[in-house]
Structures are given as structure tokens and as C-alpha cells.
Write a protein that binds this ligand. Structure first.
Ligand SMILES: C[S@@+](CC[C@H](N)C(=O)[O-])C[C@H]1O[C@@H](n2cnc3c(N)ncnc32)[C@H](O)[C@@H]1O
Ligand code: SF4
Ligand code: SF4
Length: 453
């Protein structure tokens, strides 16, 4: 409706002579020289009118979302030094979300928050991090917490807190041995073993408490230093009884373009094992290579028989033979219901991060502009971890009388514009390869794992 109205009110077209533009405002035509056009003050007029209409479009308002995902880049520092870490490449000055935010400004959101995702940097080695998660667990136990951690400081105290909260934890293990850890991640001695021991301790505790369904997922960043370890990484996970394994193809400096053969070997192995273990384990992977022809590879793998794959990966076949993802998720669902947890979507089960999608008039679109807030220590915010930062507006702009007008914030132009864009299929600014976008190669993923979201 508003788009059509805008078209009626305002249009800019190239003139037939090729030298002018014709600007039409409310039926009045103006011929403007192309060269001078860019300097014209009124150039932003179309955008301004569009913004005006968007701000007055009540259908785009949500107030404080009912089913919010709050992703907190709690602190930007870390106790590890991963060679590939994109976070260190963008580290900002402010290091930790101030207490004032955590225990005051954000409080009106907690009652409406379904998922809390502490990530970026490493929350577990900060006392403030432990205190904050304990506070949420005690005062808002219905919130689902999805933690991403390198596991180094995941002590017994953290393991106990995770069990109590039915936390969904992903450990970024990133290696199959001490040797590979040094090669891919960090040269420091003993870190790999320390993490393995912390995970084992957590698994024991989960078993003791009859909560093994909440066993964590583990992930591995892949680049030319470790492509050949895919199969061993999966074996390692299965050997620990884990069923969810994530591979992140290194998105730093186009790392995957530097060794195409290695990359192809790794992605083929993942896709073959995915076919072999379908329904038993969940392999999730993100490629930051939208131009890669994944469809051809998939077709090739579809041709392969299960017998061929079974004899290629006998150990993986054996280790996973009695596993069922459906059973695992069902068990979690029941335990969450028993503990009065809030709604938890299939996507969170699958990815541990937050690809949220919704049905909008028969189309599945990304719902992050409706339900997601990501906050960084310096007040920068975004609607999702995969979009670039929004440099124009800060959350601090919404502080008034020492509190935040959250309703105004979620109905602000930044959010409403994105809602409008996504409804129109415009994902400008999003990652090309994000599975939550429409029409991208990895959209496959969302179709394959489509479930109760
Ligand atoms: C930035 S970390 C923050 C949380 C925590 N410190 C951790 O490592 O799990 C979030 C996730 O991004 C992954 N990651 C870091 N650098 C990456 C890269 N260059 N490409 C792909 N994934 C990366 C990490 O392995 C981790 O799973
Ligand atoms: S553990 Fe996480 S935040 Fe820390 S350096 Fe590694 S990827 Fe980056
Ligand atoms: S489509 Fe955009 S907002 Fe949605 S998950 Fe992907 S990058 Fe984030």
C-alpha cells in the first residue's frame, strides 16, 4: 500500500535525451541535468518520503517482541588466541557490557525473552559473565540460554549452572588433537587436553543428573590447516556420544579460496557423512562461499549408494547406528516442558546460533528484524550476528530519563525499514550465504531441516 502510494507521490526516471532526469513530485514534472542531479538537495527526498511512510505504517510495529532472542556480545576479550578469529579482527574498545545495562536497562526485556545467546569474545572466563548467567538462571529460569564457548574455562561450576539451566552449549573445539590445535588454533601447550577434560566433566555431570539429552554440540573451523581432519572430528564427537557437529568454513581472508582442492575434499566428506548418518546425527555447516556450486556436489553425492558410503566410513556408521536426532530433540522438548522453559525453535536445536524464520503470507522469510536484538559492549546493536554493524544509530540514542524506551526502539526506523525490506525480499546488507535469506545456495539447509519453528 505505502509503496504504491510512494510511486504516486514521487518518481525519478531517466529522460529520453539521456542527459536529464525527470523528477515527478505529486504530478509536477521537473527536468534536472544528470550532472547536477547528484548534488541536488532533494536527492534524498524519495528516501525521506519512504521513511516517513514506513514510520507511519503500523503493520510494521511490534513493540517489545514477545518471543525475543537477545544476543549479547557480553565481552570482547578472550582467554584464547585462535589464529582465525574474526572477532579479534574487529575487537572494539569497550570490553564488557556495563552492569547498568545488564541489571537495569535490559530488565524490561527479560520477561519477554525466549532465548539468551551470550557470545563473542568468551564469557566463561569472566566472573561478571558467570554472575550474570547465574542471575538470569535464578530470576528468569524460563529463558533458554544458548552458550558458545571455547571450553577452556568451562569449570565444574559452569557445568553445574549449565545442567541446572538446561543450557544449550556449543563448544568450539576446532581440533582433533593437541598437534592440530597448535596448527590451526593456538600454539599454547595443553589447551586441547584441558578443553577435552572440561567437556568430559560436563558430560559426566549431565549423565549423573539424567540430562544427557542436553549434551553439547561441538564445532570446528575449517581451513587449509585442517581440511583433512573432518572425518576424525566426527569420529571424536561420536566417540563422546555427541550427535551434533558443526563445521564453519573459515570466513577470514577468503581462506577457503586458497586451497580449493582441500576445501572440496572437506565439503565432500561432510556431505557424504551427512547422507550416511541422516536422521542419526546432525551435521551443520556454513560455507562463506556463495558462488560455490553446492548443487552439483549434492547431485554427485545423491548418486552414491548407502553401501558405498557404509564401506567408506565403517566406524562412523557403527558409532552412530543407534542414534536418533528425532528422539534426542523429543527428549529435550519434554525436559524443557517439565522445567517450564519458553518456546524453543527447531532452528536453535539445529544451529545453536539464531537463524529464525517465519511464514509471511505463504513465504518463509527471516524473522530477525521482528524478534532479534544483538548488543555489543559499546552500545552498537544489530538485528542479527550476520549483518554488518549499523553505524548510524546506537542504542544509547534511546536512553531517556535513565531508562530505555524499548517500545520506541523496536518500532524505530532501523527495525521497521528492515521489516519492510525483508517483506519485499530485499536482503541487502545480509550475508550472501545466510541460510535464512531467500534464494541463496545454502537455503537448502533451511529446507532440509525445516521443522517446528
Ligand atoms: C567468535 S566465537 C565466540 C564464542 C567463543 N569464544 C567461541 O569461540 O566459541 C563464535 C564462533 O565463531 C567461530 N569462528 C571464529 N572465527 C571464525 C572464522 N574465521 N570463520 C568461521 N568461524 C569462526 C568460532 O569457532 C566460534 O564457534
Ligand atoms: S575462543 Fe572464540 S572469541 Fe576466543 S579467539 Fe577463539 S574464536 Fe575468538
Ligand atoms: S537473513 Fe539477514 S538478518 Fe536474517 S539471519 Fe541472515 S543475515 Fe541475519
Amino acid at each position: 500500500m505505502s509503496e504504491k502510494l510512494l510511486e504516486k507521490v514521487f518518481s525519478i526516471k531517466n529522460d529520453k535525451d539521456g542527459k536529464h532526469k525527470v523528477v515527478r513530485v505529486l504530478g509536477t514534472k521537473l527536468k534536472v541535468k544528470k550532472t547536477g542531479f547528484n548534488k541536488l538537495k532533494g536527492l534524498n527526498l524519495k528516501e525521506k518520503i519512504s521513511d516517513f511512510l514506513i514510520m507511519h505504517d503500523k503493520s510494521l510495529d511490534v513493540g517489545i517482541p514477545d518471543d525475543l532472542t537477545l544476543q549479547l556480545s557480553f565481552n570482547s576479550d578472550c582467554n584464547c588466541r585462535c589464529k582465525f578469529c574474526f572477532e579479534f579482527a574487529t575487537r572494539q574498545e569497550a570490553e564488557i557490557i556495563p552492569e547498568k545495562w545488564l541489571y537495569d536497562y535490559l530488565v524490561p526485556l527479560y520477561a519477554k525473552t525466549s532465548n539468551l545467546v551470550p557470545t563473542y569474545g568468551e564469557i566463561t572466563f569472566r566472573k561478571e559473565g558467570y554472575d550474570y548467567i547465574s542471575y538470569i538462571n535464578k530470576n528468569y529460569p524460563a529463558i533458554n540460554i544458548l552458550l558458545e564457548s571455547n571450553g577452556i574455562s568451562f569449570s565444574r561450576k559452569w557445568a553445574e549452572l549449565a545442567c541446572e539451566n538446561l543450557m544449550r552449549v556449543n563448544f568450539s573445539v576446532n581440533a582433533v588433537s593437541e598437534e592440530y590445535f597448535k596448527k590451526t588454533v593456538w600454539e599454547k601447550d595443553g589447551v586441547f587436553t584441558l578443553v577435552q577434560n572440561n567437556i568430559k566433566q560436563y558430560l559426566e555431570l549431565l549423565k549423573e543428573k539424567d540430562l544427557f539429552a542436553f549434551k553439547p554440540s561441538i564445532s570446528c573451523v575449517l581451513n587449509s590447516s585442517n581440511y583433512e581432519t573432518v572425518e576424525d572430528f566426527i569420529k571424536m564427537a561420536l566417540g563422546m556420544g555427541l550427535q551434533q557437529i558443526t563445521f564453519f568454513f573459515d570466513n577470514l581472508l577468503n581462506a577457503n579460496l586458497q586451497d580449493k582442492e582441500g576445501f572440496l575434499g572437506a565439503i565432500t566428506t561432510i556431505a557424504e557423512i551427512e547422507k550416511l548418518t541422516k536422521g542419526r546425527i546432525m551435521l551443520y555447516y556454513t560455507m562463506f562461499l556463495p558462488e560455490f556450486d553446492f548443487d552439483s556436489l549434492k547431485k554427485e553425492i545423491e548418486q552414491k549408494s548407502m553401501d558405498e558410503l557404509k564401506s567408506k566410513y565403517p566406524e562412523i556408521d557403527k558409532l552412530s547406528e543407534n542414534m536418533s536426532i528425532e528422539k534426542l530433540f523429543e527428549e529435550r522438548k519434554q525436559l524443557r516442558a517439565k522445567h517450564n522453559k519458553k518456546h524453543y525453535s527447531y532452528y536453535e536445536e539445529v544451529t545453536s546460533v539464531t537463524y529464525h524464520q517465519m511464514d509471511y503470507k505463504g513465504r518463509i522469510i527471516c524473522e530477525n528484524p521482528w524478534k532479534h536484538l544483538r548488543l555489543r559492549p559499546n552500545g552498537d546493536f544489530e538485528v542479527c550476528c550476520l549483518r554488518g554493524y549499523n553505524n548510524n544509530v546506537k542504542l544509547t540514542d534511546f536512553i531517556k530519563n535513565d531508562s530505555i524506551d524499548w517500545k520506541k526502539f523496536f518500532n524505530s526506523l532501523v527495525y521497521k525499514k528492515l521489516r519492510k525490506n525483508f517483506i519485499n525480499g530485499n536482503y541487502h546488507g545480509c550475508m550472501n550465504c545466510c541460510p535464512a535469506r531467500e534464494s541463496v545456495p545454502t537455503k537448502d539447509f533451511s529446507e532440509q531441516y525445516k521443522g517446528d519453528f
